[in-house]
Design a protein around this ligand. Structure first.
Ligand SMILES: C[S@@+](CC[C@H](N)C(=O)[O-])C[C@H]1O[C@@H](n2cnc3c(N)ncnc32)[C@H](O)[C@@H]1O
Length: 226
């Protein structure tokens, strides 16, 4: 999996490479991350990548030309999907991450300011993705969220494949409660069944808790799981 990220803040993305299981993915060459500074592609003499919106209004809009040229520079194969991060996009979920994890190469476009000129979408974008119904100041965190979610799904990144299979949203259910040592903390005790070592009983308990929690907290998911 190759990620190409286009941003005006390359250092922000660069740091992402250095932590946790995802760091391993890059070291082991399971994934590759290329970061491009949008300013390197602008034809504007002061390296500007934004301008005032036509029709008036507050803030600045990112220009089409630097994004267009950056994508054309990176893009060689049809298999590459170009994703624009935008609150107006299709909402990200685990199914979308699974779909993305099956692709070979993703180009992520990070907006800033008031967003990007509509012609970026029209000319080079395949999918617009939102990470939720709220507004952030840039597309860099959403890009990192997408990469992180995909990397966990790639074979060899998370050490136990089981832990990926048993996580929330698999089978449209939230995960059961997890505990580790000590067995007692203040008045809170680890449920007996988890200490007993009866694997059949533990599996039953976890399934039951998973159902209960999903029904209570996410009835929309629970209905889907039936
Ligand atoms: C301040 S936002 C622009 C919001 C835009 N004016 C609007 O109302 O839709 C700047 C950039 O942050 C990113 N962004 C903000 N919230 C996001 C979200 N929920 N999902 C994905 N990207 C987001 C986008 O790349 C966006 O272009």
């Amino acid at each position: 999996m190759i990620f190409d990220v286009i941003t005006i803040f390359p250092d922000l993305i660069f740091e992402y490479k250095n932590y946790g299981v995802t760091k391993e993915a890059f070291i082991k060459n399971i994934a590759q991350l290329n970061i491009y500074n949008l300013r390197d592609f602008t034809k504007e003499k002061h390296k500007k990548v934004d301008d005032r919106p036509y029709g008036g209004g507050s803030g600045m809009v990112m220009m089409v030309q630097p994004f267009y040229d950056a994508v054309k520079f990176i893009k060689e194969k049809e298999k590459q999907k170009v994703i624009l991060l935008t609150p107006r996009g299709e909402k990200l979920n685990q199914d979308k991450l699974k779909y993305f994890s099956g692709l070979e190469n993703i180009i992520l476009l990070c907006g800033r300011y008031e967003g990007v000129d509509e012609r970026v979408s029209k000319s080079v974008v395949d999918i617009e993705v939102s990470i939720g119904d709220y507004i952030l100041s840039g597309g860099e965190l959403p890009a990192m969220i997408i990469m992180d979610g995909i990397l966990r799904l790639l074979p060899g990144v998370v050490h136990s494949e089981d832990s990926v299979k048993l996580e929330s949203f698999e089978d449209d259910l939230l995960e059961f409660p997890q505990y580790t040592r000590p067995p007692e903390f203040m008045e809170f005790k680890v449920p007996e069944v988890l200490i007993g070592g009866n694997h059949k009983e533990i599996k039953k308990w976890r399934e039951q808790k998973s159902f209960e929690i999903t029904k209570k907290r996410r009835p929309d998911l629970f209905d889907k799981s039936l």
